[in-house]
Design a protein around this ligand. Sequence first.
Ligand SMILES: Cc1cc2nc3c(=O)[nH]c(=O)nc-3n(C[C@H](O)[C@H](O)[C@H](O)COP(=O)(O)OP(=O)(O)OC[C@H]3O[C@@H](n4cnc5c(N)ncnc54)[C@H](O)[C@@H]3O)c2cc1C
Length: 376
Amino acid sequence: MNKSMLDIAIIGAGTAGALAARQLNAAGYTCCIIEKSRGLGGRCSRRNVLDGFSVDLGAPSFAIPYHEHPNLIANINQWISDGFLTEWIFDSADFQTQLPSMKRVELCGSPSMNAFQRHLADGVERITQRLVKKLNRLDDHWQLLDDSGDLIVEAKAVIVTAPAEQTYNLVAPYELASSPEQTASSTVADQHEHAKNPILSASDASLPQYICAITFDEPQTQLSDVYTGEHPVFAKVVRANSKPKLSNTDNDQTPEVWILHSTHQWAQKQNHKEAKSVADEMAEAFCEHFNLATADATKTTAKVVTSHYWRLANHDHVEIKKSFAQYKPEHQPFLWNQELQLGCCADWLSGGGISGALNSSQQLCDHITSQLKQEV
Ligand SMILES: Cc1cc2nc3c(=O)[nH]c(=O)nc-3n(C[C@H](O)[C@H](O)[C@H](O)COP(=O)(O)OP(=O)(O)OC[C@H]3O[C@@H](n4cnc5c(N)ncnc54)[C@H](O)[C@@H]3O)c2cc1C
């Protein structure tokens, strides 16, 4: 092994990767994050849309997971007091019911969601704009290779934090989620079903989503800040200006911006069209739902300022639960092969969302550090 050998290489600088880097670095391991995009955040990325004004392209916030992941609460409280997370109090309403809106509170990074991952990964070595194409196992360590076959880093252990499809592409040759013993009572259909690698099944359960940002000449003061519930096009719409300290410049002249999140079902029907080509339709659906003037040439009130297509926005967790039921104990929201020193943590291994990603990452890191204690 050479001197620059890392203890752990972490693939992906989203929520799970940033937390893993923080925890393992603090536990004394030499770590490096390798990320294919320009910045940190993963599906919590942001984009500048107007002068000094950036919007969340992915998750805008997350609910405090008191019931789903109570083990995270102590850390979350610490991150709030350290300024990594900020409380966002907003008026929330349902698309369909005319009931008065309710005050709700969720957590977000400020001025945009990915400030959270940047805080988490602060001080950890990172390599960005480098896609890990292949994991090469040598006798006692790993080589991470890019798409030209060039070596990026060497490490004793590797943690993959990508969405299921990208994870499968990297770990398929290795034993991470192996087939369970077939029982005598297994039917042929069962055996066929079980033969499929569950990471591949999780990859098949990936869900797409479109997102676009629109501005108005005048603030839409009659609307609540956030709408969710049943709608044929939208899963959620968010008044970006209602988020804490949205702009770095805190400029009062910033126009009102709304972020429109499509449903997965509507996105699937668009058949991978470019985001730009569906954004006007989303803007019109928004104006129509709230009886606003439509964005046509004569009465321009809503203008699309950016749009994005997330091919792997989320996963169908019912399907994932089914495919993993045979392969991993319910209480382990991660995958880890001690012999190979290869593991995965990400939202899709723990019910989805930012808190799912945090839970998966925290539990894998606890597992790795406790293994080390047992060995000493
Ligand atoms: C539009 C949208 C709205 C959402 N809304 C919410 C919400 O309201 N609340 C909520 O809790 N969650 C929401 N989510 C989901 C949330 O964003 C994710 O659950 C969470 O960010 C996932 O974190 P992660 O670390 O598991 O994965 P990711 O954030 O996807 O991080 C994985 C990282 O790995 C990198 N990567 C992948 N493959 C490679 C490779 N081969 N080499 C190098 N790097 C690689 C990727 O570029 C990425 O940065 C939303 C997501 C989207 C897209």
